[in-house]
Write a protein that binds this ligand. Structure first.
Ligand SMILES: Nc1ncnc2c1ncn2[C@@H]1O[C@H](COP(=O)(O)OP(=O)(O)OP(=O)(O)O)[C@@H](O)[C@H]1O
Length: 261
């Protein structure tokens, strides 16, 4: 049975006296896969930071994996959350092998030092690499990989610990068409598996929404424009409201495309 993994009630984040998130009420269940869309500066990354237990709301309450932020030791919570973002990727040493980038997630560190890894961790890392199309890359240096390969390593690392919640901040940003389609295909397979965790993915492009995603939240100026099941929340009207321009949305085989009307 599905359980609630995120429950935000009236969440605001105030910076320099301005709300960068404004009274957000939102919940995510364990069997849901959410996409978050909105213009630059809408507050998407801030929302993800709270979901990652990396930031507390200035107002309102946020429960993450059924623990209230502010009342829980976030260091116990964070290992249960997979988080792939460009900021995270910058912390990965360029000369680290791909296998170690994934393996070190088991200890929540970047950069292998003297940790002793168990055989079970090693086997899981190798399985995760295969699942994300990275077999044959284990001994390559992270810095020698293409952007598309590096993105897949980041996601492989974020699922290494078998998280209950997976957060992806613009996983397809800067990828060429082939690398994007490869990643979106892999994410679609992962999202469609009932054994996968709840997923929340921030993206700028509806073309990057993988098949198998179930819900959408549209954010503008820190406020929720709409949130709910994908086909109800993601429409030409809601996108036009969110981006302040007339947009035509089309859908084919569970993939979306958008252009100015
Ligand atoms: N520490 C801070 N102090 C002041 N303003 C901040 C701070 N952090 C973020 N902001 C502002 O809050 C707004 C929301 O930022 P956020 O990064 O969450 O937006 P975003 O939707 O992820 O944007 P983008 O799509 O450009 O990545 C932005 O206008 C940003 O400048």
């Amino acid at each position: 049975m599905a359980s609630t993994v995120l429950q935000f009630h009236d969440v605001s984040v105030i910076r320099d006296g301005n709300p960068i998130l404004d009274s957000v009420t939102w919940s995510v269940d364990s069997d849901q896969r959410w996409v978050i869309l909105g213009p630059n500066g809408a507050g998407k990354t801030t929302l993800l930071q709270i979901a990652a237990a990396a930031m507390h709301p200035s107002k309102g309450t946020a429960d993450v994996l059924q623990e209230a932020l502010g009342k829980v030791d976030v260091f116990e919570l964070r290992p249960m959350i997979g988080f792939a973002s460009t900021a995270m990727a910058r912390k990965i040493p360029k000369n680290e092998t791909v296998l170690d980038v994934v393996l070190t997630a088991a200890y929540s560190v970047t950069g292998r030092w003297n940790e002793e890894y168990e055989e079970i961790d090693l086997r899981r890392a190798q399985r995760v690499l295969t699942e994300w199309g990275l077999e044959g890359f284990a001994e390559r240096r992270f810095g020698s990989l293409s952007d598309g390969e590096q993105k897949r390593v980041q996601i492989a690392r974020s699922v290494m610990t078998d998280p209950e919640l997976l957060l992806l901040d613009e996983p397809a940003a800067s990828l060429d068409l082939g690398a994007r389609e490869e990643l979106v295909g892999l994410l679609g397979g992962y999202a469609s598996s009932p054994s996968s965790p709840a997923i929340v993915m921030v993206t700028h492009h509806v073309e990057e929404i993988p098949q198998g995603f179930t819900h959408a939240l549209l954010l503008s100026g820190g406020k929720v424009v709409t949130a709910g099941p994908l086909t109800e929340a993601l429409t030409s009207e809601s996108l036009s409201d969110t981006f302040g321009l007339s947009i035509d949305l089309s859908e084919a085989d569970g993939r979306f495309a958008a252009r100015a009307a």
